[in-house]
Design a protein around this ligand. Structure first.
Ligand SMILES: [Zn+2]
Length: 393
């Protein structure tokens, strides 16, 4: 939020006085890492069909890849399948190296169909994987909505199924194959009691759909109604690079980084989707390489990396914060910050070189060339904080 102060003595344009930083601790941008868990079993009919299709596209339409490695992959999955948890261990280790956590959307839809669920949420493999994910501080969400597309009752059934299988309350969803229609998808997801969606992206395009790289509250423009559902727009999906754009290796990395850098440049939300089943695969080595390298480049930039649930909760709390400014006859400018919901690590940026008074022991100030940043470690629900800026230094 930007609050402007009109000058009373000149016709100078409004100047920004105070604004909330987009992210906790005033971090320069946020990072949302996510994985759609379409498949966990290596020896599986639909996975073999996908590999056969990959070979066909390699032959007929120049999809990048190696025929030899693709054949080996198929043979391995039949005769010596990978243990189901292996790719998840790899993924969590790659993210854990940087202290990152992520969200895994578990597929729940019509069982054993081409675009449906390919594992039971009760099978011991996914049970172990789910526990491993939760123990790492990562999140479980719902992936589905292909056969259950835009059906709120069936979406809710998926929410309950994932929730009861792992003893959690999922609050996020992403539709399989990014299947989406406006406004029906958002309406059905909100009605099914999801708090956020992460479907908003175009399979064939990099960068946030529509160009908006921040979370936003969804709405139905036909009725003018805002929905109780936050959207976390996608920046890069692995399949966009390697399947749709048919890039490989370094070219894929650089294209992905271009899209990511655009979001970093405006301090937005970088959202990456990488599928678990392309890790530890010589045939798909660059899928893993690009993910690892993106994380290597992102980590030194100190983003706020959080799960979808955490981003959703923080963004909602921040969106509810109001700032009111007033100036007295003595020239002192008063700033009132009201936080209807509890929020941690909120940072207010003040553009003024005059002396600032901060009353709260719960806040600390960091000066910079333009003014100061005030960090609130925690604001309670309903808390009001008053700041004063003196008339001169
Ligand atoms: Zn999927």
């Amino acid at each position: 939020m930007i609050v402007t102060l009109q000058s009373k003595t000149t016709a100078a344009p409004s100047v920004p006085l105070a604004r909330l930083c987009h992210w906790p601790e005033g971090r320069p941008f946020a990072l949302f890492l996510s994985h759609d868990v379409d498949q966990i079993h290596d020896r599986e009919l639909f996975r073999l069909l996908a590999d056969a299709n990959h070979i066909r596209r390699r032959l007929t339409s120049s999809e990048p890849g190696s025929m030899g490695l693709a054949g080996l992959r198929m043979a391995r999955s039949i005769f010596q399948p990978k243990p189901a948890q292996k790719d998840f261990e790899t993924l969590l280790a790659i993210e854990g190296r940087h202290g990152f956590r992520s969200t895994f959307f578990l597929l729940h839809d019509k069982y054993w169909a081409r675009q449906g669920g390919r594992y039971s949420l009760q099978c011991c493999e996914i049970q172990n994987i789910g526990r491993m994910i939760l123990d790492a501080g990562s999140e479980l969400g719902v992936h589905g909505g292909y056969y259950h597309f835009n059906n709120s009752a069936l979406y809710h059934e998926s929410l309950e199924a994932v929730g009861s299988a792992f003893g959690v309350r999922p609050c996020g969803i992403r539709n399989h194959l990014l299947r989406f229609s406006y406004p029906e998808t958002w309406r059905a997801q909100a009605a099914a009691e999801f708090a956020y969606d992460a479907t908003y992206g175009l399979p064939g395009e990099l960068g946030p759909r529509g160009g908006w790289p921040f979370p936003f509250q969804t709405c139905d423009a036909n009725t003018g109604e805002f929905l109780n559902l936050i959207e976390l727009p996608m920046t890069v999906m692995d399949a966009t690079l390697f399947r749709h754009l048919r890039l490989g290796g370094e070219a894929a990395l650089e294209k992905a980084w271009q899209a990511v850098a655009g979001v970093i440049g405006v301090g937005g939300l970088v959202s990456l989707l990488w599928h678990n089943n392309y890790f530890n695969e010589p045939e798909y080595w660059d899928w893993q390489m690009v993910y690892e390298e993106l994380l290597n480049r992102l980590a030194p930039l100190k983003p706020w990396c959080a799960t979808g649930a955490e981003i959703n909760a923080w963004w909602r709390a921040k969106a509810a914060v109001t700032i009111r400014t007033s100036s007295g006859a003595d020239g002192i400018i008063k700033i009132e910050i009201h936080s209807p919901q509890a929020i941690e690590d909120l940072v207010l940026e003040i553009h003024s070189t005059n002396k600032l008074q901060i009353p709260s022991s719960n806040a600390w100030m960091e000066s910079n060339d333009h003014g100061a940043r005030i960090h609130f470690q925690r604001l309670l629900a309903g808390e009001v904080v008053n700041l004063e800026i003196a008339a001169s230094r």
